[in-house]
Design a protein around this ligand. Structure first.
Ligand SMILES: C[S@@+](CC[C@H](N)C(=O)[O-])C[C@H]1O[C@@H](n2cnc3c(N)ncnc32)[C@H](O)[C@@H]1O
Length: 486
């Protein structure tokens, strides 16, 4: 949503905003450079998704044609801005997420570890949630919360495309969720709703309303959310507060108010070290010395959007007002008995082992087989804001279980036999939702996996004595014009 021509009122607001932000830079050269690039769109970037098998060719391609992001080993900035990354086979298969360079810093600062319980309090559309799921390696628990109904489909779609099986999706304003999770999560990310002055380079909509007073209103909401996020963190746990705003109002001022209120309960830790521009001494002096551990990603220094990241550790448990009827215990055991024979049948049929991590469960609900975190059972039963959990793996039809695209993408490479190898026009046809004529006919019958080079792209049905392949690419993954990145 970037307008090439601004109205006079927008021009005035732009000038006020740039004047406001450039005061944070230490010297005139940097201020001029910041102004020069403020409205320049940065080059596209992507983050590889290690939950999906990653053919060596993809990484090699990136290493020669893209620049690695210094703070995130999976992120790359591409030189070629013409390529429509969202229309590629690799994107459809969830091999990468289109994420700018700046936002990946928040999850690197959060540093989630396998097996942990992590909350992403403001999660849609899911850039950071999918990054957290990948860092957890589909173990532990990721609660991805988003109160805006209109933003949930994108979050669901991205979690599914990227193969996040360990996620529980909730829909609640952050402060209400705090009535259900007391001192609970190992790590919490609050990627707060903000005025978005850091993403001006690609979205100028905020120029229709921005003012320091408006930013102040956002800051009031951010303070409430930060308190709620911190309450949900366990003592000893780590919280990351991030925004795509560069201003003091939505960052240091929010954290200063929070620290005054929390006293000794919170300590500021160092965010990952990046090339930075420290606040001018007269501004830095307004805040405690440990605020220098917080980081700003500046467009002119890092050729990306602006962003802010602060890392806090919780020293002591906190209290929250509980309303009668609020649930806060999740010790329900998932019913796995019904899923066991289905698992055995699928493993036998396709020749592979599912091998789920011990903290994940296989659950059969009606016709659907799902992988989900063990802790999801209690949340499904008791959490009012629960929306859904896990990753759909298979669906029953006439006593037979058919694979989901998520199952193919996560385990397809490990399945032995029952496979046809396709060329690019055939793959393209399947991703347009069309059947493929096989000439010469193939010996396989019935269900097969479809490969293209190193990728397992989908499953399909061989019909008409081996002469026709009907691909089972779900509607969400179909692309009328498919390209290949590599
Ligand atoms: C900056 S965006 C999050 C981006 C996301 N973390 C990502 O990486 O894709 C902020 C999100 O906060 C949500 N939000 C707004 N009010 C909220 C509230 N009271 N509690 C929690 N989230 C809220 C917005 O709907 C929006 O999706």
């Amino acid at each position: 949503m970037r307008k090439e021509t601004l109205t006079p009122a927008e021009g005035i607001r732009l000038e006020a905003l740039l004047g406001h932000l450039e005061q944070l830079l230490p010297e005139a050269g940097q201020r001029a450079e910041f102004r020069r690039v403020a409205l320049q769109e940065p080059p596209p970037a992507l983050r590889l998704n290690p939950l999906r098998p990653q053919p060596a060719a993809l990484r090699q391609w990136l290493e020669t044609r893209a620049e690695a992001v210094p703070w995130c080993g999976q992120s790359f900035v591409l030189a070629d801005s013409e390529r429509r990354l969202g229309c590629t086979l690799e994107h459809a298969l969830g091999a990468f997420y289109l994420q700018a360079k700046a936002p990946s810093l928040a999850v690197e600062a959060l540093d989630p570890q396998p097996g942990e319980r992590v909350l992403d309090l403001a999660a849609a559309p899911g850039g950071k949630a999918t990054q957290i799921a990948a860092r957890l390696g589909n173990t532990g628990l990721l609660v991805a919360n988003e109160p805006a109904a209109s933003r949930l489909p994108a979050l669901v779609g991205n979690l599914e495309r990227c193969g996040a099986g360990n996620a529980v999706l909730t829909k609640a304003p952050g402060v209400l969720l705090a009535r259900c999770f007391h001192n609970y999560f190992d790590r919490v990310l609050l990627d707060a709703p903000c005025s978005g002055d850091g993403v001006l380079c690609k979205d100028t909509r905020m120029l229709s309303y921005w003012s320091p007073e408006e930013a102040g209103h956002k800051a009031e909401q951010q303070k409430g959310l930060l308190r709620a996020a911190f309450h949900m963190l366990r003592p000893g746990g780590v919280l990351v507060y991030s925004t795509c705003s560069l201003s003091l109002i939505e960052n240091e001022e929010v954290l200063a108010a929070f620290m005054r209120r929390q006293g000794q309960a919170a300590e500021v830790l160092s965010a990952p070290s990046i090339e930075g521009a420290p606040l001018p001494p007269e501004l830095a002096a307004r805040y405690p010395a440990d605020f220098a551990r917080m980081r700003r990603v500046w467009p002119h220094l890092h050729r990306t959007e602006g962003a802010f990241v602060a890392v806090l550790r919780k020293r002591e448990a906190t209290a929250w007002k509980v309303v009668e009827g609020d649930a806060a215990a999740w010790d329900e055991t998932p019913d796995e008995a019904a899923a066991a024979p289905v698992q055995a049948a699928l493993e036998g049929w396709w020749g592979f082992e599912l091998g789920l991590p011990a903290d994940q469960a296989l659950v059969l609900e009606g016709r659907h087989l799902t992988m989900e975190p063990r802790l999801a059972a209690g949340m499904r039963a008791h959490l009012p804001s629960f929306v859904r959990a896990g990753l759909h793996l298979a669906r029953r039809q006439k006593e037979h279980y058919y694979l989901s695209q998520g199952m193919v993408a996560l385990w397809g490479d490990r399945m032995r036999g029952r496979r046809v190898h396709l060329d690019w026009p055939q793959v393209h046809a399947l991703f347009r939702g069309e059947a493929v004529v096989l000439d010469p006919p193939v010996a396989e019958r019935g269900e097969v996996l479809c490969s293209f080079g190193e990728w397992t792209v989908c499953w399909g049905l061989i019909e008409e004595q081996g002469r026709r392949l009907k691909g089972m690419v779900p509607k969400w993954a179909r692309k009328p014009e498919l390209e290949s990145l590599v």
